[in-house]
Structures are given as structure tokens and as C-alpha cells.
Design a protein around this ligand. Structure first.
Ligand code: FAD
Length: 471
């Protein structure tokens, strides 16, 4: 095999469509498409087996897609700089190509090391933006306009062909076990890969988005009416730009159709959220410390670690049925709709008084779509630590009655409450002992007593300075 090569480093952009680094590198000569499995990354507290399984499925598909072009994905395990060092030694690296990444503290530090390595070897690292996130941004003036500009750019086609590289082992994609992660056999987990992503986008735009706006808040209806694209956007099996452009094209079809006005509005709301995607990631890009530190140093409520409370919340055993049902559904599927994610973190922060980093870390591991920029910004926002004077506190009883009045969701995820009569379902501790015996659900043994006084969030330390929204 003749060197030197253009190395395309795949990170959270596991696709060939709309992949500018791949196309640009391929124009200069032979390309080594590389993914580096970093065992230290996968040992971080925000990573999990379920995320790896999604990633591994996406890698497998990416390998096949690249093989069809002429050169399959090469997978190596270890520290990125060391993998690059070996590759450089073996055949010479002419250029390094990738998308920019706004990840967690680990990937931030790793990118700094890779940049230093590339400088030392006089190798140019060509980084391309894949979202509307702007690196080195001084302030948000004109940000929305620039986001629009990025989303309007032409989609990049895959290269027509890649030169096959002889004598390079493609390397194994490790198993969950091999990476020292707990295998997570979720029967209802979403699967990785661009094919799955394209199918989801198509079913969403042609049909499922019809009731998006109306259905987004309830965990029952949101599962079908939301796009479910989040893990694909987080792992890059689909390009955000492509989603924005196809959404707008679909809306355009409704322009002359008053009968579809509400569908068109739904798509407009969805489009707004695609904008939020980058708006939140931009926050982390501009202030990486928000992953660890409160944005606002003033105290709003007193919170402290409490292992018993954290464990009960994390396992879906708080004794608050709607909260527990949401948590257990998340544990079983790896996904939850926005409002219920907000409620879970709000209950942890305001009712259980747990620090947002601890509860947020548990959620991060459960989310297959874990995206540090969105996740930590949202955890802080829903815990009132951003300095914003408007504070939202969710009342889980009200949320349960608003979004699961018949209790079907609770019954589905809490089998121990299945026979509890509807009138007691949202507050099973109010059942008299005879009813508890009759339905085979003894509170305190079959199902826990509420861990905290129900629907009583902590009193703000300085309520006069805040706008409190109780949802
Ligand atoms: C505490 C908390 C943690 C969260 N952590 C994550 C996370 O790690 N990764 C993640 O992708 N989303 C996160 N979200 C945002 C949101 O809940 C999910 O994006 C959404 O539920 C994913 O489902 P969907 O793709 O069907 O969404 P849709 O409603 O179909 O939205 C389409 C896309 O828009 C973006 N989006 C939607 N809502 C938001 C939002 N509120 N803020 C920013 N972008 C949004 C996502 O990329 C999403 O895939 C979090 C929300 C909260 C309250």
C-alpha cells in the first residue's frame, strides 16, 4: 500500500451522506476511513453499554457503506494520538479530516491532545462544522442568521469511490463485554445506523408528524408522534442539515392546503426544536465548564447528596407512580419525551433535593441519545441553576393526571400497581388496607411509600426574586 494517506477520523458523524470531510479528503487521494474506540472514553461516568451498542451497530453499517465505495471502515482501539502515531509511522499521514465535536470533558481534552500531536508532526487537521454550532463565538449576535446559512448549504454527496487500501487490517468492532461495559439487552431500544435513521425521518415526515404538536407532551403519544431522531442526530447517522431541508420541503407541500394547517404548524414546531438542538450545544461549546459547574453561583434551594433518595429515584422506586413509570420506561427503552425528562430532573432537584450532577449523570447513561451540550444545559435549566429568574417546577401528580389520566402508562410500567383501582392509581398510598389486600398491592411492601411528601417542592430561599412556574 502506497502512502501517505488522508485520514478521515469518524467521531459522532457515523454516515457517508452529507459528510464533507470524507468527500474533500477523497478528492486528494487515498483515504483511510478510521474510527478509534477509546476505552477510557467508555469508562467515563456518562457512558453506558446501551450507548455503545447503538454506536457499534452504526459502525457496522458504516463499514459496509464504505466498503461499497471501495474501502471499509478501519477500527482501532486505544488513545487517538497513539493510533495516529502508529498509522503515521506505518504509511505516513498527509492530512487529518474530521467534523468538529462539542462533546464532554474527555473528548474536549482529547481533541486538544490530537491538535498538539498534529502540530508536532506538521500534519494539517481539517475540521468541518456539522451543526449550526460556531467555534470561537464571541457573542450570540447574528447567531440565528448564521444557523440558517449553515442549514441552507447544499448537502454533500458521498464520494463516488474510495481507493482500496491493501495490507491494512480492518480491525474488530469490540463487544460491549470487550469494552468492560454492562451489556444492556433492551428489547425496545432504537437501533443504530443510517438506514434506520432515514426510515424514521421518512415515516415522520410522511405521517407521524401530523399530530406532533398535540402529542409531544404525553409519554404515551409522544413515542410515536415525535421524530425519535435524537440518537441518530447525536451519533451522526443522519445529518441535521438534511433533516432541516426535508422538513421545510414537506412544509412547502402544505402551503396551499388550509386543511393541513395544523400539520404544517406541527412541522414548524419541530423545525424550532432542530434550532434548539444547536442553540443548546452552542452553550457548551462556548462554556465547557457548564458540564461540571453551576452557571449561576447564587443558591436557589439547598441540595445535598443522599444515596437512598438517589437510588430510589434512579430505579423508579420513589413511591410516586407517574415518576416511577417514566423512569422505568426510560430504563427499558433508552428514550423519553422532553416533558417527562424535565419532570424527572425537576423531581430530583426540587422534591428530592439532589444535586443536578448526580441525577443528570444517571440520566445521561440511560439516554441512547446522550448529547452533552443539550443534556447538561437542560439539567441546569430544569434545576434553576442558570441564573434565569423564571423557574419551572413540575408537580408530578398534576403531570400524571394531565398526561396519563386513565393510568395506562403507569399500569404498563409498574406491574405491581396493575390491579389498583383507577381512583387510587396516582396516589396508591391513599388506599385503605382492605383494598390493598384485595388488589394484592400492599403499600410499603409491594410498592414503596412515597419517599417524600407528595408534590411538595422545596421552598425557594429567595422567592421574591423569582417567577415560579408550577407545571
Ligand atoms: C433533562 C433533559 C435532558 C436532555 N438530554 C438530551 C440529550 O442528552 N440528548 C438529546 O438529544 N436531547 C436531550 N434532551 C432534549 C429532548 O428531550 C430530546 O431531544 C427529545 O426528547 C428527543 O426525542 P425526539 O428526537 O423524538 O425529539 P423531537 O421532538 O422529534 O425533536 C427533534 C430533535 O430536536 C432536538 N430537540 C428536541 N427538543 C429539544 C430540546 N428541548 N432542546 C434541545 N434540542 C431539542 C433533538 O435533537 C431532537 O432529536 C433533554 C431534555 C431534558 C429536559
Amino acid at each position: 500500500m502506497k502512502g501517505p494517506l488522508q485520514v478521515v477520523w469518524f467521531k459522532r458523524d457515523l454516515r457517508i451522506a452529507d459528510h464533507k470531510p470524507l468527500l474533500e479528503a477523497s478528492r486528494l487521494g487515498a483515504v483511510l476511513p478510521l474510527y478509534v474506540v477509546e476505552p477510557h472514553y467508555w469508562q467515563q461516568s456518562d457512558c453506558s453499554g446501551r450507548q455503545w451498542q447503538f454506536c457499534a451497530e452504526s459502525l457496522l453499517e458504516l463499514r459496509l457503506s464504505l466498503a461499497r465505495l471501495g474501502q471499509p471502515l478501519v477500527v482501532r482501539c486505544g488513545q487517538v494520538e497513539q493510533v495516529l502515531e502508529r498509522a503515521h509511522h506505518q504509511f505516513g499521514i498527509a492530512g487529518l479530516w474530521s467534523h468538529e465535536e462539542t462533546g464532554n470533558g474527555f473528548t474536549y481534552a482529547r481533541d486538544l491532545r490530537v491538535a498538539a500531536w498534529a502540530r508536532r508532526h506538521s500534519i494539517r487537521w481539517h475540521e468541518f462544522a456539522q451543526f449550526g454550532v460556531i467555534r470561537g463565538l464571541k457573542n450570540r449576535k447574528g447567531w440565528a442568521r448564521r444557523w440558517e446559512g449553515r442549514m441552507a448549504e447544499m448537502l454533500t454527496p458521498p464520494p463516488e469511490r474510495l481507493t482500496p487500501l491493501e495490507g491494512i487490517e480492518i480491525g474488530e468492532i469490540p463487544s460491549t463485554h470487550g469494552l468492560g461495559l454492562e451489556p444492556d439487552l433492551l428489547p425496545r431500544r432504537q437501533h443504530g445506523g443510517s438506514r434506520e435513521a432515514v426510515q424514521l425521518l421518512s415515516s415522520f415526515l410522511t405521517e407521524r408528524s401530523r399530530r406532533y404538536q398535540a402529542d409531544i407532551s404525553s409519554p404515551i403519544t409522544a413515542a410515536a408522534s415525535c421524530s425519535r431522531l435524537s440518537p441518530h442526530l447525536s451519533w451522526g447517522t443522519l445529518s441535521l442539515r438534511e433533516v432541516v431541508q426535508l422538513t421545510r420541503k414537506r412544509r412547502f407541500c402544505f402551503a396551499d392546503s388550509p386543511a393541513e394547517r395544523s400539520w404544517s404548524r406541527s412541522l414548524q414546531r419541530f423545525d424550532n426544536r432542530l434550532h434548539w438542538h444547536c442553540h443548546f450545544i452552542q452553550k457548551l461549546e462556548s462554556k465547557p465548564s457548564l458540564e461540571y459547574q453551576e452557571l449561576y453561583s447564587g443558591r436557589f434551594v439547598q441540595r445535598s447528596s443522599n444515596e437512598k433518595r438517589l437510588k430510589a429515584w434512579a430505579l423508579g422506586c420513589t413511591g410516586l407512580p407517574f415518576v416511577d413509570a417514566c423512569m422505568r420506561s426510560l430504563i427499558a427503552t433508552g428514550w423519553l419525551n422532553f416533558r417527562m425528562r424535565a419532570m424527572l430532573i425537576s423531581v430530583a432537584s426540587y422534591q428530592l433535593l439532589l444535586p443536578w450532577r448526580e441525577s443528570g449523570m444517571h440520566l445521561a447513561r440511560l439516554f441512547i441519545d446522550y448529547e452533552p451540550g443539550i443534556h447538561w444545559s437542560q439539567c441546569q435549566m430544569q434545576s434553576g441553576t442558570t441564573g434565569n429568574k423564571t423557574v419551572r417546577i413540575y408537580n408530578p401528580l398534576k403531570q400524571g393526571l394531565d398526561h396519563d389520566l386513565s393510568g395506562n402508562f403507569i399500569r404498563r410500567w409498574l406491574p405491581e400497581l396493575r390491579r389498583v383501582p383507577a381512583v387510587y392509581l396516582h396516589q396508591p398510598w391513599t388506599m385503605d388496607p382492605q383494598t390493598q389486600d384485595r388488589v394484592g398491592c400492599v403499600i410499603g411492601s409491594s410498592y414503596p411509600k412515597p419517599i417524600v411528601s407528595f408534590a411538595k417542592p422545596a421552598k425557594p430561599l429567595n422567592p421574591a426574586q423569582l417567577n415560579l412556574f408550577c407545571l
